[in-house]
Design a protein around this ligand. Structure first.
Ligand code: HEC
Ligand code: HEC
Length: 284
């Protein structure tokens, strides 16, 4: 799986080189064209103390909401040591161009120099406690299988699809986020996690409805228009409701169909489960 990512990054790097080199070799850049031409030159890490200070600021402003202040991950993955794993240039290409189809967007707003400063700073982010996964992934897999997770989640094609697919959740999320999800589901709904979810930021919104004859339905909003709303309950059943026939309809952000596993798993089981989830980096 890593090999797939690596060769993909390699191809991207090659592409970036190709695009970057060809026009330079052929002719000098035309001066003032209405269209902005992206400078595809490779990003070079800048690591002087002054560069690192700027890089830190840029990282905190642009990256830390997803990758954490220490780079150990959150909504986005752990990126400590990423440049060592992928290489400076592929990492720089990701910083500037993003990873298409994922929440990792492009940062063309950063100049080549600024991207180099961010890269330099990212390289200083060492392993920190929040990023460490201490559990045993193999045992965590057994816990996953015993805990009924597969009733709502799909991993590599197996399971049910009420909740988000987890095949690549370890590549998309940091361990701290994974742990928090198990303890307090719904505290942070998945944000634009990938191509499938793009533009559907209200996915998994929990709602409470009561019909005029007193029937209460709790579920996730599947679709909604002016007249009807469709909710899916924890058993996977769909309820198509006419709004005119409802006495009550309210959003309950922070609630989730996913049960909390706080009191159901021991501390060791939780560690193992987080290790298992963090190891899920399946090919896409
Ligand atoms: C909106 C959230 C978000 C922001 C902001 C963000 N990232 Fe990401 N980033 C992600 C996600 C999600 C991924 C994983 C994408 C995937 O593979 O599905 C990722 C992946 C990466 C990777 C590749 C990690 C790997 O192991 O392959 C690097 C490097 C990276 N981001 C660096 C940055 C830097 C530097 C910034 C700031 C300039 C930044 N990111 C801003 C969400 C974000
Ligand atoms: C009754 C259905 C249900 C069960 C059972 C369930 N989940 Fe979930 N899970 C969801 C839903 C729905 C979400 C979407 C976000 C939310 O509502 O909290 C979710 C979100 C998640 C996420 C966050 C995914 C992301 O990309 O942000 C993880 C990780 C997760 N669940 C893991 C598990 C594990 C591990 C188990 C078993 C211990 C489990 N879930 C059991 C329904 C369920």
């Amino acid at each position: 799986m890593n090999a797939i990512r690596c060769s993909w990054v390699g191809a991207l790097a090659a592409m970036v080189w190709g695009f970057g080199m060809a026009p330079l070799a052929a002719s000098p850049k035309p001066a003032a064209k209405p269209q902005v031409i992206r400078d595809m030159s490779p990003v070079v890490a800048r690591s002087s103390p002054a560069d690192l200070a700027v890089g830190k600021k840029l990282f905190e402003a642009n990256c830390s909401t997803c990758h954490g202040l220490d780079g150990a991950g959150g909504r986005g993955p752990d990126i400590q040591g990423v440049a060592m794993r992928l290489g400076d240039q592929p990492t720089g290409s990701i910083i500037r161009g993003g990873i298409p189809g994922t929440a990792m967007g492009a940062f063309w707003s950063l100049t080549l120099e600024e991207a180099g400063q961010v890269l330099g700073y990212v390289k200083t982010l060492g392993a920190s406690a929040t990023g460490t996964v201490t559990g045993d992934a193999a045992k965590g897999r057994a816990t996953y299988e015993k805990s009924g997770c597969a009733a709502c989640h799909i991993i590599s094609g197996e399971g049910g699809g009420i909740g988000p697919e987890l095949t690549r959740v370890g590549a998309m999320r940091g361990p701290g986020y994974l742990r928090a999800t198990l303890l307090t589901p719904g505290a942070e709904l998945p944000h634009e996690a990938g191509a499938m979810e793009r533009g559907r930021f209200t996915l998994y919104l929990f709602m409470h409805a009561v019909t005029k004859d007193g029937r209460a339905i709790d579920g996730m909003r599947v679709s909604e228009n002016s007249f009807t709303i469709v909710l899916q309950d924890a058993a996977g059943r769909f309820h198509a409701l006419r709004k005119l026939e409802l006495r009550e309809l309210k959003k309950e952000p922070g609630k989730s169909l996913m049960p909390s596993f706080k009191d159901r798993l021991s501390a060791a089981q939780l560690d193992n489960l987080v290790a298992y989830l963090a190891s899920l980096k399946g090919a896409q």
